[in-house]
Design a protein around this ligand. Structure first.
Ligand SMILES: O=C(CO)[C@@H](O)[C@H](O)[C@H](O)[C@H](O)COP(=O)(O)O
Ligand SMILES: O=C[C@H](O)COP(=O)(O)O
Length: 948
């Protein structure tokens, strides 16, 4: 007789420790049931990893699942695994029915990531139980301390459970107790226990693998031949002895009064199942862990090779209760040798969880890869060319992140991924896209459309303005909706220019401020509220204003008092620079008629790509973040961003995110936005390049230049978006990457301590103005025709030592001369950010870059104070700052305030400068007098002279 089939006569059921789609669909499982009497199937993460990860038979099902909409790797895995388990359960159903529900089971394991999470295990087990929806299903739960209560709970709800990763007799007793107590609760609740089944999967061969190794060490150390012999005799015996003793416990646990009470109600005993029964040691029989463990009311789940071997040459006998005393003797002998089985079994549980988690990492990585392949260009494509050391460092960090489960910890809001301070309170951005109330935005957009506005203006700073600005500059105007503008300045000319650009009688204003207390949006609101009141009457003005602010802010109060048309609440757990996929970006988007549903749907795809279930290697946000952070640590800290013409403004948003998040405590990354791409010769080895483009948005020569940078050994990241609709994806990719880079740099990427310092200084200066009617007097270090120069004593002395005398060029030469390798030069212009001035600063910065081969920034104040300003003050001390201020041709009063726009801007420039110099940074301020255009021209030629 077929030895496998013969086991049935000894009361043992053989299950198969294997599952794969084709194996079931092509009839192989059915054949084993018919020919060998196989009565069940077990699966585990390693089995699914082999099935899905190492074959292409799941490619089509995954692609099919994606047809009905994007899903996360976990959801995709569950979809195919549930189908597989259902198919296997259906094939086994006749066995289940034939044995009155006592056999014919198929097992599906909960995620090994939940092995220490009782609540998570319960939720997932219940969800899988429901999804598979088959009576002959068992949910597998590991026998960890955390999961014991989950096992009891699940049983008490009538869910059949296979308890896995069981090594120790003592834990086995706890598992049996959980089953009994669970059943008792189920019965007390009126449940019929005859529908509940359970097996306790006692692992065998792994014990021998570890014990034998320790025995070999002892044998090698032993001098006495008889001791060597005694120890050698224990090899290959302990796992079986341990299992035999567990079986003795089983007999006791499932007899007696307590059990009989349950049995009388139809309860089934929880059978012991021998798992890990494939022989690992080639010196042992390949059917050892089957032949020696045959006994009534047990199960042995065997891998296909062991099944084949047993069918071929297995010998069947009642072995389980043979020589039980010798089994106990063997265990006693082992203890005498100083080898602790308790320790070994405890370690094996931890190792087992780790092995399954490793398998799950591979499995989810494979599913994530298949998902990305199917989605193709629907997901923004990212390649990272990081040669040499950086490539190795990224690979090592990727493995470290995987092993230490950092991406899952990040998603679980574990602050120790960063500095362990309050980072967990600032992670609302992870779920902001998922929480977007799309229907409400659509309803709101329809109302905006109905009002036939000509313009919409966002009044906000930094995190409240830069995202909307990218949207405004990227998406073409939508017919029927207002044109979207963003104002983020206190420069009187810029405020006036905005007023001129819009039809004030047909404009809706979006006042955006998370805190509600930021100076600029409040000044801009007061100004435009007065203008609108004049234009359409004070009673109606409020109807033209919308506020986006965090709940309870002072802006909310003012908005209510002024009768704003609507107040949208931000989410307090999201910092400004991470808020674009929350109302701060979505309200302006909806106002402009941008398809919020599409934006969010795309964003969600990147959220899934960067999810907790996507291992670091396949996780684009983690890969980009590791590369940026590690490059920063090796001195390539100038993150130089090129964005293709249709998304040209993206860098302005990304630079706030990167600079404000990472630039602190003397560390960080300095984003370089808007510097035109050039030949390798002009770049130092402090660069990290990111090129982001919309497919087809080609600039002649661009790709060749990028390739040249790569050839010259610079790290180059290339990101290609299929269309501008994918902008939401890129917002999220960069948010995740920045958070990851922050972890690598060892800082808190969610605070901005140095922005606060400048705000405090500014407030002191404006308070002084309000008291005295003037800003505190200040002395220039030198007054030259057309300009005055300011700096602190320390900088002035140093500049004089470097040759600064009576001319502007000499001061500039001395100042710029202080910038060396690894430094960057930043132009900080507190002037109107109009196309002409942008061009001028741009020309100067490129001249500086090309002459000095250093990274350059061209920024406008006060805008940059809410952005890169954090890194300039708090980041690495590698900046050389040239602040440019000017007399305002025409100031602009702010209704209801003593200080005008011009005064606030001047106070902001001085506050910023004071903080820079207080921190010992290299800073010089040029104040241009008279006509700004001529002043800038003069500055430009002085810089040329200084460089010559
Ligand atoms: O736990 C069960 C059955 O309940 C099994 O699927 C169990 O996971 C496997 O037998 C083991 O993981 C296989 O172990 P090994 O052969 O890798 O040592
Ligand atoms: O990035 C944030 C800016 O400092 C503006 O802050 P806010 O939104 O609270 O006004």
């Amino acid at each position: 007789m077929n030895p496998v089939k013969a086991l049935e006569q000894h009361g043992q059921a053989v299950w198969l420790d294997f599952l794969a789609r084709g194996f079931v669909s092509k009839g192989d499982l059915k054949r084993l049931i018919d020919e060998d009497g196989v009565k069940g199937v077990t699966s585990n993460p390693a089995i699914f990893e082999k099935a899905i990860g190492s074959s292409d038979e799941y490619d089509a099902p995954i692609a099919r699942a994606l047809k009905s909409g994007d899903r996360s790797p976990t959801q995709l895995f569950e979809a195919v695994a549930v189908e597989d388990i259902q198919n296997a359960a259906d094939v086994l159903r006749p066995v289940y029915d034939g044995f009155d529900g006592n056999d014919g089971f198929v097992s599906l394991e909960v995620s090994p990531y939940l092995a220490m999470d009782s609540k998570g295990t319960i939720t997932e087990a219940e969800q899988l139980w429901k999804a598979v929806d088959r009576k002959n299903l068992m949910i597998k739960v590991p026998a960890t301390d955390a999961c014991l209560p989950a096992i009891q709970h699940l049983i008490s709800k009538g869910i059949s459970v296979n308890i896995t990763l069981l090594f120790a007799q003592a834990v086995y007793r706890q598992v049996a107790e959980a089953y009994l107590a669970g059943l008792e609760a189920y019965v007390a609740d009126g449940g019929d226990p005859s529908h509940v089944a359970s097996v306790a999967s006692f692992f065998v061969s792994r014990i021998d693998s570890v014990v034998d190794k320790q025995l070999d060490e002892k044998i090698a150390q032993a001098n006495d031949p008889s001791e060597k012999e005694r120890l050698t005799a224990l090899k290959g015996k302990i796992a079986i002895a341990n299992a035999k003793m567990a079986y003795q416990d089983y007999k006791q646990l499932f007899s007696g009064e307590r059990w009989e009470r349950l049995a009388a109600k139809g309860a089934k005993p929880q059978r012991l199942l021998w798992a890990s029964t494939g022989t690992k040691n080639k010196d042992y029989s390949d059917v050892l862990y089957v032949e020696e463990l045959i006994g009534p009311n047990t199960v042995n789940t065997v891998p296909p090779a062991t099944l084949d071997a047993f069918r071929d040459h297995g010998k069947v006998r009642d072995s389980l209760e043979e020589d039980v005393e010798s089994a106990q003797d063997a265990l006693d002998e082992l203890a005498k040798s100083g080898i602790s089985l308790d320790q070994i079994t405890a370690d094996l549980v931890i190792d087992g969880v780790k092995q399954f988690a490793d398998a799950a990492d591979k499995l989810y990585g494979a599913v994530a890869f298949k998902r990305a392949t199917v989605m193709g260009l629907e997901l923004g494509q990212q390649t990272i060319a990081a040669a040499g050391d950086l490539e190795k460092k990224v690979a090592a960090a990727t493995e470290d992140w995987r092993k230490t489960a950092k991406i899952r910890r990040l998603w679980h809001k574990d602050a120790t991924v960063w500095t362990g301070r309050d980072e967990h309170k600032w992670l609302g951005w992870l779920t902001s896209a998922a929480k977007a109330d799309i229907a409400d935005y659509e309803d709101y957009a329809a109302r905006v459309k109905g009002q036939k506005f000509s313009d919409a203006v966002v009044l906000g700073m930094g995190g409240s303005s830069l995202g909307p600005e990218v949207l405004a500059e990227t998406f073409p105007r939508k017919a029927g909706f207002p044109r979207l503008h963003v104002l983020d300045s206190t420069d009187p000319a810029q405020v006036r220019a905005m007023e001129k650009a819009i039809d004030i009688t047909r404009t809706v204003f979006i006042v955006s401020s998370k805190s509600g207390g930021t100076t600029e949006p409040n000044a801009m609101k007061d100004y435009f509220f007065a203008r609108v009141s004049e234009a359409i009457g004070p009673n109606k003005a409020g109807h033209r204003f919308i506020a986006v602010t965090d709940p309870g802010s002072s802006l909310e109060k003012a908005a209510r008092a002024q009768g704003f048309a609507r107040i949208f609440h931000g989410e307090p757990t999201i910092g400004g620079r991470y808020s674009v996929l929350s109302p701060f970006g979505l309200v302006p988007a909806a106002t402009a008629g941008i398809d919020v549903r599409r934006l969010i749907t795309h964003a969600q795809s990147m959220v899934r790509s960067c999810g907790p279930d996507v291992p670091p290697l396949q996780n684009p946000g983690v890969q980009l973040g590791l590369a940026m952070g590690l490059a920063g640590l090796e001195g390539r800290d100038k993150v130089t961003i090129f964005a293709s013409p249709r998304i040209a403004d993206f860098g302005a948003w990304a630079e706030q995110l990167i600079a404000e998040s990472t630039g602190k405590e003397g560390k960080g990354l300095i984003p370089i936005d808007g510097e035109l791409l050039a030949d390798p010769a002009v770049y130092g080895d402090d660069r990290f390049f990111i090129d982001i483009k919309v497919d087809g948005d080609d600039v002649p020569g661009h790709d060749a230049k990028l390739a040249a940078l790569e050839d010259a050994g610079h790290p180059v990241v290339r990101i290609v978006m299929k269309s501008i609709d994918q902008l939401g994806q890129e917002f999220f990719r960069f948010e995740m990457a920045t958070a990851v880079a922050g972890a690598v740099l060892g800082i808190n990427p969610f605070d901005q301590p140095d922005v606060e310092a400048a705000k405090i200084k500014t407030r002191e200066l404006t308070a002084a103005f309000e008291q005295t009617g003037a800003l505190p007097a200040e002395e220039p270090v030198v007054s030259i025709k057309g300009c005055e120069l300011y700096t602190d004593t320390h900088n002035a002395e140093s500049l004089r030592e470097h040759g600064a005398d009576g001319t502007l060029a000499s001061w500039l030469k001395a100042h710029l001369g202080r910038a060396g390798d690894g430094d960057y030069i930043a132009l900080l212009g507190y002037i109107d950010r109009n196309p002409g001035n942008i061009d001028t600063l741009q020309n100067i910065r490129l001249k500086l870059r090309d002459a000095k081969h250093l990274a350059t920034c061209a920024e406008f104040g006060p805008r940059f104070l809410h952005s890169t300003g954090q890194a300039y003050k708090g980041g690495p001390d590698s900046g050389v700052f040239l602040q440019i201020t000017a007399d305002d041709a025409q100031d602009l009063p702010i209704p209801g305030q003593k200080a005008s726009f011009g005064v606030i801007k001047a106070a902001q420039a001085r506050g910023d400068f004071d903080v820079l110099t207080e921190r010992g940074r290299r800073a010089l301020r040029v104040h241009l007098k008279g006509n700004l255009k001529s002043g800038l021209k003069m500055l430009d030629s002085a810089i040329s002279e200084a460089l010559s």
